[in-house]
Design a protein around this ligand. Structure first.
Ligand code: UDX
Ligand code: ADP
Length: 462
């Protein structure tokens, strides 16, 4: 009989991953649990107002919820009922003590391990889904199997989905990675998880795309893969600054670099810098790991990827400052897009956040608009809203981009939402104060068209 699955943590990873696992394995029961009652209520909501926005997710949840996918806050009952336990709880960067600002805060994760040991009956396979520092599985194993009756096998199955394309990434992944321990037990546990990803009919992930390694390789691969992607973004952004200084065009440079098959065209888009929950956290984790092992030069190398990313946002504000006659105080600037990338409502580590804070320091009257991320933007910037009375600038949140841009001095495009390309920019121009500026930090709009309308236009790397 096929084993039932529980996933602890109903977030951006746990929710979509389990929805697709349930879709492709109708013969297995899949339960997603979370300590956050509000989140579970949203996953269970009658009108499918799910807690996260992800294209195609609602359709999958409609198909499987109540059939073989269930959301619950009864964590202990679900652990007792299932044989395979995925752990997808959050591991934020530690903000205190040793490794502050770099290492992962593992307290939620360790609490989860202890709870699994307490309530689990019989042998279980425990699968790490959250990104964790290398050798976390060893710690989990030590906690789970400390009572001498070796009941738990710990595997690492890092998730590579990207937000905004999660459903497609899950249905057609480049690869699935499963790290397991040596020995018969380890091999059998890996086999169980492989069978999940093959799907009930054996037509989900092709065998050759399911890669198995030892546990440590799997854990490190996730950090290294994200660090290398982040490094590509920082590399092209470093070239962008040089393009602006010399008159080269970063999009042209990237197109030609990417035509080399050894390099490839993806992840060469210059912009406001990377955001999202993974890149910064994973690079910082790698820096911490390198330092812990005395690899200081390697640590500095990876730290520079983050430094370059921060610098990109500082550069955006400096260029805006210069283009707006070296004073931003009391000017109205509309931020178009607050999500860290298009097609998500997620604002974790979004470059728009640090730009918004820098502009607030300059006493700008800031208006933020975004088709999906406005609620998160309000939460992230709630500390700024209270400062309005002191004349420190202000921040407002408006869903309609036309209203957001009304009487603004500048529009700052921070997220490449498709709808921004389809806006009536002549209408926006007419409603703005002159001279009207568009700073397209994603190079996603037609600059020629904007210039013809009368806008001053700034781009990244041009
Ligand atoms: C990333 C990894 O891609 C994924 O494999 C991992 O599981 C989680 O982290 P995600 O953060 O969701 O996924 O989005 P991704 O598409 O990788 O983009 C990350 C950031 O880099 C975004 O802010 C995006 O705008 C930026 N980016 C990406 C660029 O600035 N230029 C590019 O060419 C590509
Ligand atoms: P990710 O992007 O890694 O999925 P999220 O923050 O979106 O991260 O989701 C992690 C989820 O894990 C949150 O919904 C949080 O409430 C949940 N969580 C954290 N600790 C526990 C725990 N001990 N038991 C159950 N759920 C937990």
């Amino acid at each position: 009989m096929n084993k039932n699955i529980v996933c602890i943590g109903a977030g951006y990873i746990g929710g979509p991953t389990m929805a697709v696992i349930a879709k492709m394995n109708p013969d297995r029961k899949v339960i997603v649990v979370d300590i956050n009652h509000e989140r579970i209520a949203a996953w269970n909501s009658k009108n499918f107002r799910l807690p996260i926005y992800e294209p195609g997710l609602v359709e999958v949840v409609k198909e499987v919820r109540g059939r073989n996918l269930f959301f619950s806050t009864d964590i202990d009952a679900a652990i007792a009922e299932c044989d395979i336990i995925f752990v997808g709880v959050n591991t934020p960067t530690k903000m205190f003590g040793r490794g502050k600002g770099r290492a992962s805060d593992l307290q939620y994760w360790e609490a989860t391990a202890r709870n699994i040991r307490k309530v689990a009956k019989g042998a279980k396979i425990v699968v790490e889904k959250s990104t964790l520092p290398v050798r976390t599985a060893a710690a989990m194993e030590a906690i789970l199997n400390c009572d001498q009756t070796k009941r738990f096998t710990v595997l690492s199955n890092p998730e590579f989905l990207a937000e905004g394309t999660a459903i497609n990434d899950l249905l057609r992944p480049d690869r699935v990675l499963i790290g397991g321990p040596d020995g018969d037990e380890g091999r059998a546990a890996v086999g169980e998880v492989v069978s999940i990803y093959r799907g009930a009919r054996g037509d989900w992930v092709p065998e050759e795309r399911i890669l198995t390694t030892n546990v440590w390789s799997a854990e490190l691969t996730k950090l290294a893969a994200n660090a290398m992607l982040a490094q590509r973004v920082s590399s092209i952004n470093a070239i962008a600054g040089l393009c602006e200084a010399t008159g080269a065009d970063v999009d042209e440079v990237a197109r030609v670099i990417g035509a080399d098959r050894r390099i490839g065209p993806k992840f060469l888009k210059a912009g406001p810098g990377f955001g999202g929950s993974c890149f910064k956290k994973d690079v910082l984790n790698l820096v911490y790991l390198c330092e812990s092992f005395g690899l200081h030069t390697a640590a500095e190398y990876w730290a520079q990827v983050i430094r370059m990313n921060d610098h990109q946002q500082e550069r955006i504000v400096s260029r805006l400052f210069k283009a707006m006659f070296n004073t931003l105080a009391n000017k109205k600037i509309a931020l178009f897009g607050y999500a860290f990338k298009a097609n998500t409502g997620d604002t974790r580590e979004t470059p728009a956040g640090s730009v918004a804070r820098m502009l607030h320091e300059e006493r700008v009257r800031l208006v933020i608009t975004d088709p999906q991320a406005l609620a998160n933007a309000k939460k992230d910037l709630c500390d700024l809203s209270g400062t309005v009375q002191r004349g420190d600038g202000s921040v407002a949140f408006i869903a309609d981009p036309y209203r957001a841009a009304k009487e603004a001095d500048a529009v700052l495009v921070m997220t490449d939402w498709d709808e921004y390309r389809r806006l009536d920019w002549a209408k926006i121009y007419r409603s703005m104060r002159k001279p009207a500026l568009v700073f397209d930090t994603r190079n996603c709009l037609d600059s020629g068209m904007l210039r013809d309308i009368g806008f001053n236009v700034l781009n990244i790397g041009k």
